[in-house]
Design a protein around this ligand. Sequence first.
Ligand code: NAD
Length: 441
Amino acid sequence: MKIAVVGTGYVGLVTGTCFAEVGIDVTCIDIDQRKIDNLKQGILPIYEPGLEEMVTRNVAAGRLHFSTSLAESIRDADVAFIAVGTPPGEDGSADLKYVLAVARGIGENMNSYGVIVTKSTVPVGTAAKVRKEIEDALAKRGADIDFDVASNPEFLKEGAAIDDFLKPDRIVVGVASERAEEVMRRLYKPFLLNGHPIIFMDIPSAEMTKYAANSMLATKISFMNDIANLCEIMGADVNKVRLGIGSDARIGNKFIYPGIGYGGSCFPKDVKALIKTAAENGYQMQVLKAVESVNENQKSVLFSKVQQHFGSDLAGKHIAVWGLSFKPKTDDMREAPSLVIIDKLLDAGCTVTAYDPVAMKEAQHSLGERITYAKDQLSALIDADALLVVTEWPEFRSPNFEVMGRLLKQRVVFDGRNIYDADEMEKAGFAYHCIGIRTKH
Ligand code: NAD
């Protein structure tokens, strides 16, 4: 089988590389010439654990190719994945211009039957628009070529993308013909051998499944943050409450950690887009509106704690920040809570020194020289009035508190991810603030 994957970002590059890994001939296409030139030299545009080695290996094996030419790559592809971005438009709806541009390009260049699959997260009805774009492009050429569209939303998590792709909880595929179902089943067969399920459904349901999944996950986060804030007011400990509720199998213990709000390129935009889709169709997503509003508020919680500790005049305070990416094991800075927190600190007259194991280069695109970037996690602490833990990278979990105490000007830690133990911090002489637990300080 031969496939083309259009869009070589977090999703497209992982998708293409993992299909190559199981022996399929893959061409990854992007309009960004620099990205493709770099990929050809083994330089990846993103950080994703294990990906670089897998790309190198599959390129060397001759199964993974990179190109800027959709025309050449699409001609003899059995399946073409559209994996370009679907950023939020001004009104919150998913902007489909990149997806539809690719669909047009496919229609302009395909020359035999193929299945055109949307892997990007797209609202219900998009596959129909993709079909129309391709039909119009074919008609313009006077070409009569049969094709199918399908929807195959992606559920990978940045930071664990390869495992998620190779060992998926499930693969969801929306199809409208038996022929497309057969092609997609054949394509995914290597992933099904170990019992990973593939779920076929109609196309609108597949499109909706992705939004429902991300919205449910965002809801879990906002729900727990709401509970955490109330725990703090009432003198309950959210860590204990989490354990207490998580052991109920109907609730489960995953994804119920309180923190400083969700970020990233998916949850914020997908929640917004689903609210918008509903509104356009005369329905109000009341739960999701609350999820969004709790999340906006949560991004300011750590800053409010800084103000409560030091007083509202923060001018001249020097703050160390550990973690910039929106979650560990990725360099993705899109909608990262760190950006909101750092903006607030700078606006209040603080200076900031930050350290992140992989996201500092990416962070410079948005934060520039407004903050200082430390060479390692300990040097970020030198002469700081406080440390803010913003992303729960594994290397931040067991630091040497004695050394930390010596480097910091004041022993004050604001832990936005609850990775430390309040009693231990108190014993080490720290004023410790975290989420959903009233601490002594
Ligand atoms: P990304 O921004 O990292 O990558 C998109 C790529 O598409 C870019 O490299 C861009 O240059 C390229 N592109 C744009 N227009 C093009 C065109 N006409 N032809 C060829 N290439 C083009 O985006 P991403 O994070 O990989 O997300 C892609 C889609 O997958 C989005 O819809 C997103 O919601 C969804 N998704 C993302 C994740 C995630 O964790 N990032 C997970 C699941 C689903």
